[in-house]
Design a protein. Structure first.
Length: 255
């Protein structure tokens, strides 16, 4: 697989959802805490409140308020985050996710996640995997005068929406969503110019390539390393098909 001197990755996320409500609202097991803090030493838990709202002739009423904790850890330079919490409409799912804001290699990401995942599932032997996902978000920011000219950098098949508008200077957002379903995975590919200045017309030359590969359904914990590697290879293949040599040259420039 190609390697580059630098990348445009803003987020790289591994996330696993468990189908069952595991008892983590009040505390984390000491063993999980110790493994997490080896790689994510900044520990900043935050309270979580989940409330249901019912409506009647008398108006809205908050019922069944539940209190828990979002267990949040950061790397020493806040270059990455680990979150363990409960999610869902009724907080019925327990989740573990790692988000790298400064990505180095896939092996570092995978190895750190597997260490925490294994300790967590060893501790909670009844945990049942319900979803596994890997997501790479590229935020391609290039300092050039023409913000809408991407033909040198991006596969032109992804740029067809730009051709529809005659007055290019009026465009304020061009963002697309392509989803694919296979037997063993789903792929959600979002791409285009989201425009941080929206709804003003686009001035800043920034293009997003966002790949999310996931599977919803029961999985065997022992398969996780192989599954994540397969998702990674799929994302790399999609990324390489999305870009042109101009962007490859940018990623190989000396700092």
């Amino acid at each position: 697989m190609p390697t580059y001197r630098k990348n445009f990755l803003k987020h790289v996320i591994i996330k696993v959802d468990f189908n069952n409500m595991l008892p983590i609202d009040d505390n984390l097991p000491q063993g999980v805490l110790e493994v997490a803090q080896r790689m994510f030493p900044l520990f900043e838990p935050k309270p979580a409140v989940h409330s249901e709202v019912t409506f009647s002739a008398d108006g809205a009423k908050v019922t069944n308020a539940e209190h828990g904790t979002n267990w949040i850890f950061y790397g020493i330079n806040r270059e990455k985050a680990l979150i363990i919490n409960r999610e869902g409409l009724h907080r019925e799912k327990t989740t573990i996710s790692i988000d790298f804001f400064k990505y180095e290699t896939f092996n570092i990401l995978k190895d750190e996640f597997i260490l925490i995942f294994n300790k967590f599932t060893d501790t909670f032997g009844d945990s049942q995997i319900g979803r596994v996902g890997l997501r790479y978000v590229n935020n391609i920011d290039i300092d050039e005068r023409n913000p809408l000219n991407w033909s040198k950098y991006i596969n032109t098949n992804l740029l067809s929406s730009f051709k529809f508008v005659d007055d290019k200077k009026s465009i304020s957002r061009v963002f697309n969503n392509l989803e694919m379903k296979y037997d063993d995975k789903n792929i959600k590919f979002q791409y285009g110019m989201h425009n941080p200045d929206y709804p003003s017309p686009i001035k800043k030359k920034t293009f997003i390539l966002d790949y999310d590969v996931y599977y919803t359904g029961e999985s065997d914990r022992s398969d996780l390393p192989v599954v994540i590697k397969r998702y990674h290879d799929q994302i790399i293949s999609l990324f390489e098909n999305s870009i042109r040599d101009g962007l490859r040259d940018k990623m190989n420039e000396q700092n």
